[in-house]
Write a new protein. Structure first.
Length: 73
């Protein structure tokens, strides 16, 4: 990876962290469990003692917020 790519990755990571800060704790946790830890929505629902639909809606709303944040850039 050249220096330009390193700088671009760092900037993108900083933007992502700022965007994630705009989410509720629940949305952030569920998005991280789903995308970073690759748990299924069913697994997250079991862990959190809630419905799969609740997890899905929370992740969907969180993704919408993230997209909105990045549209500003």
């Amino acid at each position: 990876m050249n220096i330009d790519e390193v700088v671009i990755n760092k900037i993108n990571n900083e933007k992502l962290h700022r965007a994630m800060d705009k989410l509720t704790k629940q949305q952030r946790r569920r998005i991280l469990l789903y995308y970073d830890y690759q748990l299924s929505m069913e697994e997250i629902a079991r862990i959190e003692s809630c419905s799969k639909q609740s997890v899905q809606e929370s992740i969907d709303w969180g993704i919408k917020k993230l997209k909105k944040f990045f549209e500003k850039f």
